[in-house]
Design a protein around this ligand. Structure first.
Ligand SMILES: [Zn+2]
Ligand SMILES: [Zn+2]
Length: 369
């Protein structure tokens, strides 16, 4: 094994990332060193790169290494580690994927098993100047801290299928569980990006009686259909929030949907989604992760009188990633997962990958080491 590895260093806003080499660490007891094979650019990475999610305000120490949706191979196993988090034997060379954030294990949220709600989670982007250096996956290696949640990747799945499972798919699984989505219910999905496409397939497989997907980009609506959408609402045809809400009600016999999943990230999508819900409906809020996009206005009496609720979710549960891998194995021949990652870039072209994704030339870029 090489004694050094490359990493794309992020020093701050509007400073191009630069490639730097660090010594390859030996894992401490319980830790694992992974050789990264694929790391995607997710919407949250774009927020950090663009600056509408302020890493320093979230407590990150710069420079750091961005990225979180990744897959790799075991390069070194620390003393005392011989299995993954599901008890499957683990050896050097096995393909693995790991939970990208680190719940503290010692707070009221962790005590209740609600690891996604641990206040330590936003600090997953560790500093890279100090050992073990490889704290983010836009690099040759990633250091998986001791006793962390990590899973062996089933042989049937390709790296490109697995990398987005680590964020988008796992978060959708967790979100649909938190909003208590049930067999026979209807759902409207606002936004057919990565999250929306996974939400479509999940809702179908969970027994949805109707999945309605709303977006304004024709290719995304086509992809939603390939992933099982029963109906699509084209924003070019239904231009106003009122027209779209009316359309969703028409498609559900005038009643409204049981669940809306807001995956767009625009505050105004929330009142629009509430309007689409039936009496007693639940809105799953995931999209608005940036603190800089403003607020929305809604009359709370409208929510009380019609028993509508909003459930907001960030991250995912400790078991979600394993469920995501199993789901991909079960449905890999049914849905065109390979279409979710559109383009591949080398690590040295990472700045171009971010620029292209910002311009909309690429939907979800994959950095391939
Ligand atoms: Zn905690
Ligand atoms: Zn992500």
């Amino acid at each position: 094994m090489a004694d050094k590895g490359r990493a794309a260093i992020y020093k701050g806003l509007r400073i191009p990332m630069e490639i730097k080499e660090y010594p390859v660490p030996d894992p401490e007891p319980g830790a694992i060193l992974a050789k990264v094979t694929v790391a995607n650019i997710c919407g949250s990475d774009m927020h950090m790169w663009r600056g509408d999610m302020n890493l320093v305000a979230l407590g990150a120490v710069l420079p750091t290494i961005l990225g979180h949706e990744a897959v790799g191979r075991v390069a070194k196993l620390g003393p005392g580690i011989s299995t993954d988090s599901a008890g499957q034997p683990l050896k050097v060379g096995d393909r693995v994927t790991w939970m990208y954030y680190y719940p503290c294990g010692r707070c009221p949220a962790c005590l209740k098993g609600r690891h996604a709600e641990c206040p330590a989670n936003p600090f997953f982007q560790g500093p890279c100047e100090l050992p073990p250096h490889f704290t983010g996956p836009y690099a040759d290696y990633y250091y998986v801290r001791p006793n962390h949640t990590i899973f062996k990747v089933p042989d049937e799945l390709t790296d490109k299928m697995v990398a987005p499972a680590n964020c988008a798919l796992s978060e959708m699984i967790y979100g649909l569980e938190r909003v208590n989505f049930r067999f026979g219910e209807t759902i409207a999905i606002q936004g057919a990006g990565g999250l929306g496409i996974y939400a479509t397939a999940l809702a179908k497989e969970m027994g949805a009686s109707k999945v309605i997907v709303i977006d304004g980009i024709p290719q995304r609506l086509e992809l939603a259909k390939a992933f099982g959408a029963d109906e699509v609402v084209d924003m070019k045809q239904f231009k106003t929030p009122q027209e779209r809400a009316t359309r969703v009600k028409e498609l559900t016999g005038g009643w409204g949907v049981d669940v809306v999943a807001e995956l767009v990230g625009i505050p105004q999508a929330i009142p629009e989604g509430l309007e689409m819900l039936c009496v007693g409906g639940r809105l799953l809020e995931i999209g608005n992760i940036s603190l800089m996009h403003g607020t929305f206005e809604t009359d709370p009496a409208f929510m009380v009188l019609y028993s509508k609720s909003i459930i907001a979710v960030v991250m995912y549960g400790r078991d979600s990633l394993k469920k995501a891998l199993d789901f991909l194995v079960r449905t890999k021949n049914k849905y065109p997962y390979e279409k979710i990652l559109s383009h591949s870039y080398k690590l040295e072209d990472i700045n171009k990958a971010f620029e292209d994704q910002e311009k909309g030339l690429v939907s979800r870029a994959a950095i391939v080491m």
